[in-house]
Design a protein around this ligand. Structure first.
Ligand code: HEM
Length: 155
């Protein structure tokens, strides 16, 4: 087993784990944590703590996804001749990922604005939009892996 293989395997595992933590965490947040908080009645101190800790998790995921994603991208592009379909899907995935990062940063900032009671329409749909983007990017990632395997399979 070469060290390149081990590093690639490690990067891919960490990439998938960070993606799963972010998307899975967002599903948990929207469909379990927020409804539970709503049923339990106003608890601003707990809500703020959860939001703060989740923000830290998301920030860590963004950093990890960026580093491992850029590694995977160079690794793939230098390994074999990939078809135009792979390149197009990869381009869409990277643009969507960057949009998701920007949206996350916007949300982190709008929490502060919400405290000032000036929530905009975008800040209300941002969590759903981010989750939808995350699921699309996840599907594109799995598609890329499939296309990559097709490209390296013996014909
Ligand atoms: C700038 C950010 C990102 C870059 C450059 C990037 C790049 C890549 C690359 C090159 C692959 C390998 C595809 C292949 O097997 O050929 C990959 C896989 C994947 N990515 Fe990303 N990615 C980024 C962000 C994200 C985000 C935000 C998510 C999820 C929300 C995500 C989820 C996935 C998944 C699920 C896979 C499939 C892994 C597999 O099945 O092997 N990525 N990514």
């Amino acid at each position: 087993m070469s060290s390149g293989f081990a590093l690639g395997w490690f990067m891919r595992t960490v990439h998938i784990l960070a993606a799963a933590a972010w998307v899975g965490g967002s599903i948990m947040y929207q469909f379990v944590v927020l409804p539970a908080l709503r049923i339990a009645g106003p608890a601003p101190a707990i809500s703020a703590q959860i939001a703060q800790l989740f923000k830290r998790l998301v920030n860590a995921c963004i950093g990890i996804l960026l580093v491992t994603g850029v590694y995977l991208m160079f690794d793939r592009l230098t390994q074999t001749t990939l078809g135009w379909l792979y390149l197009i899907v990869l381009g869409i995935k990277v643009i969507a990922a960057l949009a998701m990062f920007v949206l996350a940063l916007y949300m982190a900032q709008s929490n502060i604005r919400k405290l000032a009671k000036r929530s905009t329409r975008l800040s209300k749909v941002a969590p759903q939009l981010m989750l939808a983007l995350g699921i699309c990017i996840f599907i594109l990632g799995a598609l890329l892996n499939h296309l990559f395997e097709l490209a390296i399979a013996p014909h």
